[in-house]
Design a protein around this ligand. Sequence first.
Ligand code: PMP
Ligand code: GLN
Length: 389
Amino acid sequence: MARLRGVPPTIFAEMSALAVATGAVNLGQGFPDVDGPASVLDRAAAAMREGANQYAPGTGVPALREAIARHQQRCYGLSWDPASEVVVTTGATEAIAAAILGLVEPGDEVVLLEPYYDSYLAMIQMAGGVRRPVTLRAPDFRLDVAELRAAVGPRTRVVLLNSPHNPTGAVLTRAELDAVAQVAVEHDLIVVTDEVYEHLTFGGTVHTPIATLPGMRERTLTISSLGKSYSLTGWKVGWASGPAHLVGALLDAKQWLTYTSGAPLQVAAAYALDDEPSWPNALAASLEERRDLLCEGLRAIGLPTPTPQGTYFATSDISALGWADGNAFCRALPERAGVVAIPVQGFYDPSRPVSDNPGRQLVRWAFCKRPEVLVDALERLGHADLRAD
Ligand code: PMP
Ligand code: GLN
């Protein structure tokens, strides 16, 4: 398929299938092994029994759009009109897809942080856009503002941000966001920002939505999802908020993708945002302990692992164990140790030769698992021979 030429199949499906096939502990695909709040599950069941089972409005059920608007106001002081400036999507994935399909014309350039979440690549290419990656480099994965400026040209239309950032766990600082905002205003760019890990930051690290910066409200489309904040990744309830012209562009595409997203889950998502507002903070506190458990354990077995400031992912440099290629390491790991991780090289531009891939020696581990599962994985890793042949 020409539109998907060069886009590799999603690594998450392959690695989760490998974990199931080998009985390995799955620290690959990022999904929690404890479900979100029982009260929210009950609300979904009740919504089904109460008859919220037919198509929701294409923009989302009003109660959820209102709850999202209240969330943005309460957490960040952003005011959005729930009728015209908020839209519910089938996960953040659909919001990203529809935003790109609705905003990027063939030949338009999209500047994005590399490494990047794999669906960005597929969607930019399906829209006929041209990607302009700006690389965050290990070990601290900071934004190089000069590189950002160099990536922007006359055909640039969109900056696609992700903070807190998957897979590096970096959280853009206020200074970095200021630099992005300055470039966006100077070049009249739209910013699409994927903030699905907005509540999952650690050690006092503050997540600032770029929409709150001067000059950004009118040019920013902010995307988030219930999945990460409430440990309900399988529900695929996401949303976007921003000025009506950007939400409208997203809707132009969304109406032809899914038209509308799951109705009873939206009722329960509204309940989660309104009635369980502190649940994501408690999740972040517990994730911070699990982050430390995993990162310290990985370092103890000889894998340099910087401490992430957000998300539920940590990345290790496997060159310390003599490996040159994360793909080879991750494919050998289930058999050697009974653990699955994700090679980070697939989050870098596929046009790069492997030798020029800054992520080729990085692997990603998800720590959104119960502590005993992390301990089990660390014990397995500790007992295995992990050195390259
Ligand atoms: N963006 C990023 C950065 C992610 O890590 C994920 C996780 N799957 C998504 C988007 C997709 O979110 P959702 O499951 O809500 O579609
Ligand atoms: N966001 C999760 C991750 O990065 C899940 C991705 C997926 O399954 N597409 O692991």
